[in-house]
Unconditional design. Structure first.
Length: 433
């Protein structure tokens, strides 16, 4: 059968299955195995189905994923998010819009020990939303701040998305982690600037809180020293070369467990719940990973990637013109698809194109992750928005989307800056050698 027809039919079937709400991992697996059978043979496709899942889940490189997920689960159960919010509130709460800025800073801090945008958004909704409402913030702004702050979870290391991108493209995961620090901090600063702009335009929307004394501020810092130490230990250890990324993930999970036990916040029952939650999350991720690998074989045998490379590289629009086309494609996909599935589905196709055009793989990883963050808060899907709506059911999806719009504009500006100045993403990882 003609390979081009199989490739086109495969993509059509994939999107039909997704529209029918078939899980994305299963959808990619069905198309991958079915397409492989049409081009090659049924027996070879069955051999692929028998061997690929086992080789994927037993790959040592993937062990980093459950460890970082477990680290985040322990950190959330130990109440580190609440401590971060209280500390940032003590230092920023007296400013105009200070409580909203405290939420952004706390999201960034929690992202540094969690690595999941959805988990960050869900946790901070429970911690910060009641405080924001009590202080007089509107429902749209309150939820919009949390939705935007939650996106920092996949930019500031550790990040599961960076891990998967690194494994799929054979890019150094440690350098990817380090490359996300400056863009992540830039995101915190630009979100804070957005809040100040909104406060300048509408002062009534941004109330001021009570000013905390210096002893109160110092006491708040004392409550988060363990969290700061954990982040510096994990990320600093990778940067200094003390241990590998996989070892860092394991040490991070152990560190979060020790801190929670020392604070007497992790009981045997809570630890078991964290283990079960981490296992469920890991299983869901691995299902998508297995489906993506099966789909990758389908792309290889139909030569879809090679043909796309030839098409895009041959366009008379230059390297950045091709990058613009790819980013627009990501904006569209981000509005209808889960960020994890989007990375696993598209990276095998677009990464070779970017390398052929001479872009740096670490920098492109940052750009991909930055673009994916927009999908987390853009309509009509916006995973962070749906998570917040599932917790704050009295706030409509439309209200949350209106509240998050100024931060989407801020993210587009940040993406433009990162594209224009690659050094912002690259100077730290390049210093690692």
């Amino acid at each position: 059968m003609d390979k081009d027809l199989v490739a086109i039919g495969g993509f059509v079937l994939l999107f039909v299955l997704m529209l029918l709400r078939v899980p994305i991992g299963i959808s990619m697996g069905i198309v991958g195995v079915g397409g492989f059978a049409l081009v090659n043979s049924f027996s070879s496709a069955m051999g692929l189905l028998a061997g690929s899942p086992y080789s994927t889940i037993t790959d040592f490189n993937f062990s980093i994923i459950p460890m970082f997920i477990l680290m985040g689960a322990f950190a959330a159960a130990a109440g580190m998010s609440t401590d971060l919010f209280r500390a940032s509130q003590a230092w920023l709460g007296h400013l105009r819009g200070g409580l909203a800025m405290s939420t952004i800073v706390a999201c960034g801090g929690f992202a540094a020990i969690n690595g999941s945008s959805v988990a960050t958004a869900a946790t901070m909704t429970r911690v910060a939303l009641p405080e924001l409402r009590q202080a007089g913030y509107g429902p749209g702004l309150s939820t919009g701040v949390i939705a935007a702050g939650g996106t920092l979870g996949i930019m500031i290391p550790p990040s599961v998305i960076f891990v998967l991108y690194g494994i799929m493209t054979q890019t150094d995961i440690g350098k990817l982690f380090i490359s996300g620090i400056v863009p992540g901090v830039l995101g915190v600063l630009m979100y804070a600037g957005t809040l100040q702009f909104l406060g300048w335009r509408s002062p009534g929307r941004m109330p001021r809180g009570a000013r905390c004394s210096w002893p109160q501020r110092l006491a708040a810092i004392k409550d988060i020293w363990e969290t700061l130490l954990l982040f510096l230990f994990v990320i600093g250890g990778m940067y200094a070369g003390w241990f590998t990324v996989t070892e860092a993930a394991s040490m991070g999970a152990l560190g979060a467990l020790i801190i929670g036990l020392a604070q007497r916040r992790l009981t045997a029952k809570v630890i078991m719940r964290c283990l079960v939650e981490s296992l469920r999350t890991t299983a869901a991720i691995f299902m998508i990973v297995i489906g993506a690998y099966l789909f990758g074989y389908f792309l290889a045998i139909t030569q879809t990637t090679q043909k796309l490379i030839a098409l895009l590289v041959g366009l008379p629009i230059g390297a950045y013109g091709v990058l613009g086309i790819i980013l627009v494609m990501y904006f569209i996909l981000g509005a209808i698809m889960d960020e994890l599935a989007m990375i696993l589905l598209t990276v095998p196709i677009v990464f070779p194109v970017m390398m052929e055009l001479g872009f740096d793989p670490v920098w492109f990883g940052v750009i991909i992750v930055m673009t994916v963050t927009l999908g987390l808060i853009c309509p009509p899907v916006g995973m962070n928005v749906f998570v917040i709506n599932s917790i704050a059911r009295d706030v409509s999806l439309g209200t949350i989307y209106r509240g998050v719009m100024p931060f989407i504009v801020s993210d587009i500006v940040r993406l433009t800056i990162l594209c224009a100045f690659p050094v912002l993403s690259l100077f730290l990882p390049r210093s690692m050698g």
